[in-house]
Ligand binder design. Structure first.
Ligand SMILES: [Zn+2]
Length: 410
């Protein structure tokens, strides 16, 4: 069995043949020729066209053979296409301007889903930039070939990129559980850029968008998307705001009572914040004792627990009445953090109640956000936003992958 015939078997192309395999233990060259009498295919329209001229030889880095750097060498032909003009032919192992062969792109980008890019580079004996190029080629193909026309339910969420409050804004397809786009920051422009990236087609039809009551996002949705777009305030974000308000009440009360009764509210933070069904027995007992004392924290706690019931209502009219009552209760609670939160919820009442027409939430996006954080942790090398974006789309975009040949190299 010759190396040449192995190469031939793993790179079966109708119109190309392996002319020669040469090299040493340092590098292997696979020279390829067009099959005799085969016409080149126009890379733009995909039709067979007449041969115009031949360019000088080009090299593609290919999948290593026995750990030896391997290259494909081929002189691309140009076609004279009546529809597209003078064009380079379509080359089945090549993608765009990448200097990596499609099988290599596929191998590297697959490995990069499981280990860090540094790890892939070291294990595979390529440089970090090569891994990045492979991921980039794969992501670009995926973005150009994904189906997004049917997307209706979109989740918007932000993640802190690192300490010091640098954020990225992500938008998710809540139906197909995938990241659609990502942009730096968390202002109006961030969200606008996300939508621009996925194309005008989605911006010009009514969507259902689940998000936080973050003003810049709401402004972009109002001003730049279809006027019939429905916003559903994410219940997880609302509950998170509730928890923050309860905690503020507890903290203030703790400081007020520190002198007179130092032990009273000590180490109670999680008692008030956890869902009661998750408390241990001893914690439950402590909580019910505290509840008898008519503390501010306890009143805030009851308001929080009560609002969580909102999403249990089956019927929107009942929910409207419930929310009205809750609002009255919260604004008369004499607890400033709860009152403030109640007023801001009141302002967005309609968006909260939209949930009863479109029961979507960002729980799924939160899960994806957790994955996104893991991707970011794995990659201390993502110094620039562009690289981070590639890594996020690569791992969470659920993108279609290029189909290169019948042989699986991995
Ligand atoms: Zn053409």
């Amino acid at each position: 069995l010759q190396v040449k015939s192995i190469v031939n078997k793993t790179m079966k192309f109708k119109c190309f043949v392996v002319k020669k395999v040469s090299g040493s233990e340092e590098s292997i060259l696979i020279e390829i020729n067009p099959r005799k009498k085969s016409l080149p295919v126009c890379s733009v329209c995909g039709e067979k066209r007449s041969h115009y001229d031949t360019l000088s030889p080009r090299r593609w880095r290919h999948v290593n053979l026995w750990g030896i750097e391997t290259f494909i060498v081929y002189s691309p032909r140009r076609v004279k296409c009546p529809a597209c003009g003078i064009r380079v032919e379509r080359i089945p192992w090549s993608m765009g301007k990448s200097r990596l062969s499609l099988p290599l792109i596929s191998v590297l980008q697959t490995l990069a889903r499981h280990i860090s890019w540094d790890g892939v580079a070291r294990l595979y004996g390529v440089c970090w930039n090569t891994v990045r190029a492979a991921v980039q080629a794969s992501v670009e193909y995926g973005l150009a070939n994904r189906q997004i026309e049917g997307v209706v339910y979109i989740g918007v969420d932000e993640i802190a990129r690192r300490k010091g409050h640098r954020y990225v804004t992500n938008i998710y397809d809540l139906t197909d559980k995938r990241l659609l786009a990502t942009a730096p920051g968390r202002d109006e422009l961030s969200l606008y850029k996300c939508f621009q990236e996925i194309g005008k087609s989605l911006m010009s039809k009514p969507l259902v968008i689940c998000c936080d009551m973050w003003k810049p996002y709401l402004k972009t949705i109002r001003e730049d998307l279809h006027p019939d777009t429905v916003v559903v305030l994410d219940r997880f974000h609302i509950v998170r705001n509730l928890l923050a308000a309860v905690d503020e009440v507890r903290r203030e009360e703790y400081h007020d009572k520190k002198k007179s009764n130092p032990g009273l509210l000590k180490r109670t933070r999680y008692l008030w914040l956890k869902n009661p069904e998750n408390l241990k027995l001893a914690e439950k007992q402590r909580l019910s004792e505290l509840e008898k004392l008519n503390l501010k924290a306890s009143r805030a706690y009851l308001l929080k627990e009560s609002l969580r019931e909102l999403w249990e209502y089956k019927n929107k009219n009942q929910a409207v009445r419930f929310l009205d009552k809750w609002f009255w209760w919260a604004t008369h609670s004499r607890l400033k953090p709860m009152r403030n939160l109640a007023w801001s919820l009141k302002k967005h009442e309609e968006k909260i109640l939209n949930w009863f027409d479109h029961p979507v939430n960002n729980g799924l996006a939160e899960g994806l956000n957790g994955k996104a954080k893991a991707v970011m942790r794995r990659a201390y090398g993502y110094r620039t936003f562009d690289t981070l974006r590639l890594a996020l789309l690569h791992n969470l975009g659920n993108l279609p992958e290029p189909n290169y040949s019948t042989h699986r190299f991995l």
